[in-house]
Design a protein around this ligand. Sequence first.
Ligand SMILES: [Zn+2]
Length: 337
Amino acid sequence: MNWLGIVGHERQKQGMERILGKGRLGQAYILTGPSGVGKRQFAKALCAALLCLKHSHRPELGACGTCESCSLCERDSHPDLLTVGKPEERSEFPVKLMQEFCARFYLKPMVSGRKVAILDDADSLNQESANCFLKTLEEPPLGMVVFLVGERLEKQLQTVLSRCQQIPFGPLVTRDMDRMVDGETKNIAEWNWAKWASGGSIVSARAMADPKVWVILEKVLRLLARQNRIEPTLAEDLVQLAESAGDSGATQRPKILDFLRAASRTFSSLLAPDEIAEPGNFTNQEWVNQIKYNISRQKLLRLLETLGNSGEQVERFIPLALGMAWLSEEIHQIAET
Ligand SMILES: [Zn+2]
């Protein structure tokens, strides 16, 4: 992927193009912003340009896409592109993993003229792992460039921020999201809603453009409006939604977190039913209009709090079946009040 061909993020692309064009590339960059907007892809495409055998002297042109280095990048098997991220089951970045990662900086490049690295989950660096990384940055190997990828700027350690140049990313606009899925068949109503509910994350929008998501949202709404007094399958539906994303927690948790965020955005919109709806806003849906006035503001507020708590549990690695059973039980209790 040529980094110039990345959809959206024009300001970030232009800024980096200027830096590369003037030959003023720094040693470490930190890319922060919402998840699923393409920060990692941006870093990866820049790495490919820096490693490219034809264009590495002019990386502003982007990777050629045809040389040996480019084909290794394409297959995610370039020996000079080092990547590391927090293990899924850990809440912080282990220092031992960081030590191993940093030691690899000093190995001789095998294909390209330099080594480059991507450090994911920068939000999870603790003082110890950050110190190890910063120490390596003090005497970096020649030509080494590291891209850190994180979400929230306020979660980054000051010591890390002071040593890295910052590239902040914002949410994607819907036009760019449409360009990204060009050619993929999508139900228009679902896709419009998914884009809106994702808050500008293409990963989340793709995950939410799923008929199963609407089935669950409708069940919750009908429960709250007391149109369905008993809905015993809600917990099962949620677990099935998670399982549809894959076999491991690493793929199932993000799907549920995307769902909880999209559901929160959606139910929040019902608190202001007279607001002019954005295109794709859930409140436009006909079946919502039939039931939303039967749900009290108090119930919606309690539901939003519950969705937030459920998200925190999932982030703290509660077993998903347990977490979804809890969420379902809470929603039933709210419905009964
Ligand atoms: Zn190339």
